[in-house]
Design a protein around this ligand. Structure first.
Ligand code: A3P
Length: 369
C-alpha cells in the first residue's frame, strides 16, 4: 500500500537539495521558529490560528433562508436540501457565504471529497508534498505533531462559524478542504470567466464509504444500525448526498477543465501511491525534480503519510479534531483498505448499491463495465 523507503529518505533529499542548492532550505529549531521564518505557505493552520477571530455564525445572517429549505433528520443529523444536496443544517448558511464571498487566490488548492473517501490521507499527502522543502529535518515535520485536519482548514466549518478571516492569515499558497460538491463551490472558484483556483477531488467505492461512515458515526451513536445508514445512502438522503451526484459533479468538472480539477480514486492511490503523489505534485505546480526523484523524496512523502505511520503517531491516538462535532483523532484512521464492505454487507446489499450507482453513472466513463 505504501512505500517502504524510510523517513531517512526525506532527510537525505533535503540534504541533497541544500547541497546542490536545488531550492532554498533552512533548518528550523522549533515549530514556532519555523513559523516565523517560513513566510510562504502552506503552513499548519493550527499554528496560524491564534484564536483571535471571533465566531459569528453565518446562520445569524442567513437563518431565514435555511429555515425555508426542505429538511430531514437522519443518522443523528439535521439535513437541509440546498441546491440539490442534503447539507447538514449547520453548514448551509456558511455555504451561502462561501458561495458569495470567497475570494480565491490563483495559487490556492482546494481538496474536495465526499466524507470518508480519503480526505485525511489527501490532506496529508498534499501538505507533505507542498511543504517538502520547508522542513528538511524530518523529525520536525508538522505532520508528526499535528493531525492532517489541524494542518489544513476545513472550509465548511470555517464559513459556518463566520471565521473566514482566519483564511486571510494564511500565506500563499493555501491548502484548504471542503466536502461540498463541485456545483456548490463558489463561482469565484469554478466560473469559466474567472481565474479561480485548483481543486483536487478524491472518491472511493461507495460500499467502502458507507462502511467507513458507519464506523465513524458509531463513535457518536453506538446504536446506529448499519442497515439504516445503508438505506439513507441508497436513497441519496445522507449528508452532502446523493453521493453519485457528488462524484459526477467533480468528474464532469475534471473533464471540462483538467487543468483546474484533478480527479483521484482512493483505490488507485492504494495501488500506487507514489504515482499519484507525482501526479498531485505536478497538478499543484510543484513537480518533483530529477534530483528529488533520485533522492527518494516521493517515497519519503508516501511513507510519512502512510496509514501505518499516521495511525501510529501519538498525536493521532489522542484528542479530537473538528469544530462543530469534534471527533476523536483516531477515528480518522480505521483500516485504510479497499473492500472492507464484504465484512458488513450482504451480497444483495452490495449488488443493490452497485446498481443504484451504476444507473446514475450510466453514459459516463465512471459506469463500471
Ligand atoms: P476506513 O474507515 O475504511 O478505514 P476520511 O479521511 O475522508 O474521513 O476517510 C477516512 C478513511 O480513510 C478511513 O477508511 C481511514 O482509515 C482511511 N485513511 C485515513 N488515513 C489514511 C491513510 N494515510 N492511508 C490510507 N487510508 C487512510
Amino acid at each position: 500500500m505504501s512505500g517502504s523507503v524510510s523517513l531517512r529518505s526525506l532527510e537525505h533529499t533535503a540534504l541533497l537539495c541544500s547541497r546542490r542548492r536545488v531550492r532554498t532550505v533552512s533548518l528550523f529549531p522549533s515549530p514556532m521558529a519555523a513559523m516565523a521564518s517560513n513566510t510562504s505557505g502552506p503552513v499548519p493552520f493550527t499554528d496560524v490560528d491564534d484564536g483571535t477571530v471571533p465566531k459569528r455564525p453565518a446562520k445569524e445572517e442567513f437563518g431565514g433562508l435555511v429555515a425555508a429549505l426542505p429538511r430531514k433528520h437522519q443518522a443523528g443529523l439535521e439535513l437541509r436540501l440546498y441546491q440539490g444536496f442534503w447539507l447538514p443544517d449547520h453548514w448551509v448558511a456558511g455555504t451561502v457565504v462561501f458561495q458569495r464571498r470567497f475570494a480565491p487566490r490563483p495559487d490556492d488548492v482546494i481538496l474536495a471529497s465526499y466524507p470518508k473517501c480519503g480526505t485525511t490521507w489527501l490532506k496529508a499527502l498534499a501538505f507533505a508534498t507542498m511543504t517538502r522543502d520547508a522542513y528538511p529535518a524530518p523529525a520536525q515535520h508538522p505532520l508528526l505533531r499535528l493531525n492532517p485536519h489541524d494542518c489544513i482548514p476545513f472550509l465548511d466549518e470555517i464559513f459556518a462559524d463566520g471565521q473566514e478571516a482566519k483564511l486571510e492569515k494564511l500565506p500563499s499558497p493555501r491548502l484548504m478542504n471542503t466536502h461540498m460538491p463541485h456545483t456548490l463551490l463558489p463561482e469565484s472558484v469554478t466560473g469559466a470567466a474567472v481565474a479561480g483556483c485548483k481543486v483536487v477531488y478524491i472518491c472511493r467505492d461507495p460500499k467502502d464509504m458507507v462502511v467507513s461512515l458507519w464506523h465513524f458515526l458509531r463513535r457518536r451513536q453506538p446504536e446506529l444500525p448499519f442497515a439504516e445508514l445503508f438505506e439513507h445512502v441508497c436513497d441519496g438522503a445522507v449528508a452532502v448526498g446523493p453521493i453519485w451526484d457528488h462524484v459526477l459533479s467533480y468528474w464532469r468538472a475534471s473533464l471540462a477543465r483538467p487543468d483546474r480539477v484533478l480527479f483521484l480514486r482512493y483505490e488507485e492511490l492504494l495501488q500506487d501511491t507514489g504515482k499519484h503523489v507525482r501526479k498531485l505534485a505536478e497538478f499543484m505546480g510543484r513537480p518533483f525534480s530529477p534530483a528529488e526523484e533520485g533522492a527518494g523524496a516521493v517515497e519519503g512523502v508516501v511513507e510519512l503519510c502512510s496509514f501505518e505511520k499516521m495511525k501510529g503517531l501519538e498525536v493521532n491516538k489522542k484528542g479530537s479534531a473538528g469544530a462543530y462535532h469534534a471527533m476523536p483523532r483516531d477515528s480518522f484512521f480505521r483500516k485504510g483498505v479497499a473492500g472492507d464492505w464484504v465484512n458488513h454487507m450482504t451480497p444483495e446489499m452490495a449488488t443493490r448499491l452497485d446498481e443504484v450507482v451504476r444507473d446514475k453513472f450510466r453514459g459516463t466513463a465512471l459506469a463500471a463495465p
